[in-house]
Design a protein around this ligand. Structure first.
Ligand SMILES: [Zn+2]
Length: 407
């Protein structure tokens, strides 16, 4: 199998469903934490499992540069390498490469870019981005696209969209011809570092059964990405032509690139109506807790964003009572929980005063606890959204859900 998607309940335009991947079932709509370099910064994988993370995102650009695709492949892909048994999605590397600005050159063939690590020169084409993502072995991988810069005029947006469509075809062709090369066949017993020196004691091999329960001939799934800038007509055309190429799921890309939030919403709402109702819809790179609730209410099934984890490392915490900047002196003697309505392990155990102290002292634990709470808050928010949709509550209610006080 690759993936199967089923919508179980609808409320207005929102839908609740199940996305079955080779590494487990994902209840949708769902938020996917970002694990850029095969780690959701500061949170161990067993804790991510306890928090209820169903699927996380890895960044192809970063993993390709370090530790390199071959290393990850030799461990059976990311699941084996990072000891994560549940779903993984990798981006195509396109967005990261495009955000390098001066360090890249784009032509029809692909993108030449310089590593942000050591300045070395590399090349991504639709084919090599697929090859990298097949080697990394995520359950869901993304077509190589060009993220159109903002602002861009219509001619430039159209030319960029056309290239993304040609790249989508090339991505699909390469993927179809090579999808059997996914490294999931590597058995658990083949994983882990070994010593080749017969004079030393054999090292203990970490054993992780991440790929163990897979059905035979499980494969990855390739999603298409709809571009088209901020132009609603071009978005419509991009959506229809991407659907024509045919993918098991569709993403809306090229948003959150500096445009006003109202514009983001407009483009999302308009584009969604041209995407097939029976396929998962993934909105890339959004957003705040309010925004993810709103996009779910519009019919988005999957979202990812660095915001909860990145903000946490800067002491910015999302709570049911609004944002809390834990660095503020007003929390120095605050004996209350960070969020009185949050059931997470941080809010159940620690005071605001302690969290403020850890942050002010630059303690590693500050990052750990802040990230744990923010991730819990996002995941709980999506749990409540799914629950509301299953109860058939309408989308107007959903958009008020985030700020609704919990009783
Ligand atoms: Zn909490």
């Amino acid at each position: 199998m690759s993936i199967q998607f089923q919508v179980d309940a609808r409320a207005g335009r929102a839908r609740a469903g199940r996305l079955l991947t080779p590494h487990g079932q994902i209840e949708t709509p769902e938020f996917m934490p970002v694990g850029t370099a095969a780690t959701v910064k500061s949170v161990p994988q067993d804790v991510l499992e306890e928090l209820g993370v169903q699927i996380l995102l890895g960044n192809t650009y970063h993993l390709y540069l370090r530790p390199g695709v071959e290393t990850v492949r030799s461990f059976g892909g990311l699941h084996g390498f990072m000891a994560w048994p549940r779903g993984i999605l990798t981006d195509s590397g396109g967005f990261q490469v495009f955000s390098l600005n001066e360090l890249r050159k784009v032509n029809e063939e692909g993108v030449t870019f310089r590593s942000h690590l050591d300045g070395s020169s590399h090349f991504f084409s639709p084919e090599s981005a697929m090859q990298a993502q097949i080697g990394l072995g995520a359950d869901i991988i993304m077509a190589f696209d060009e993220c159109t810069e903002y602002p861009a005029d219509r001619a430039r947006t159209k030319a960029s969209m056309e290239m993304t469509l040609r790249w989508a075809q090339r991505s699909k062709k390469y993927f179809e011809e090579h999808k059997r090369e996914v490294p999931w066949g590597t058995l658990n017993s083949d994983l882990g570092p070994r010593t080749s020196d017969p004079g030393t004691q054999p090292t203990t091999v970490p054993r992780f059964a991440g790929n163990h329960k897979l059905e035979r001939d499980s494969t990855q799934s390739l999603f298409g990405i709809v571009q088209g800038g901020m132009d609603l007509e071009l978005r419509k055309e991009a959506a229809e032509r991407t659907v024509e190429i045919g993918f098991p799921g569709y993403a809306i890309g090229g948003l959150s690139v500096g445009e006003p939030r109202e514009r983001t919403r407009e483009v999302v709402e308009s584009t969604l109506q041209y995407l097939p109702a029976d396929k998962p819809r993934y909105l890339m790179g959004v957003g705040t807790p309010e925004e993810i609730v709103e996009y779910a209410s519009l019919g988005v099934d999957m979202m990812d964003c660095v915001l909860p984890t990145r903000a946490a490392r800067h002491g910015l915490l999302f709570t049911s009572e609004g944002k809390v900047s834990i660095k503020q002196a007003r929390y120095t003697n605050d004996g209350g929980p960070l969020d009185p309505n949050c059931g997470c392990r941080v809010c159940q155990r620690y005071t605001r005063a302690y969290l403020r102290h850890l942050y002010a002292s630059n303690e590693v634990l500050a990052q750990v606890l802040n990230t744990l709470h923010n991730l819990s808050f996002y995941l709980d928010t999506m749990r409540r959204v799914r629950h509301s949709i299953r109860l058939g509550e309408d989308s107007r209610f959903l958009s008020g859900l985030w700020s609704r006080p919990r009783l």
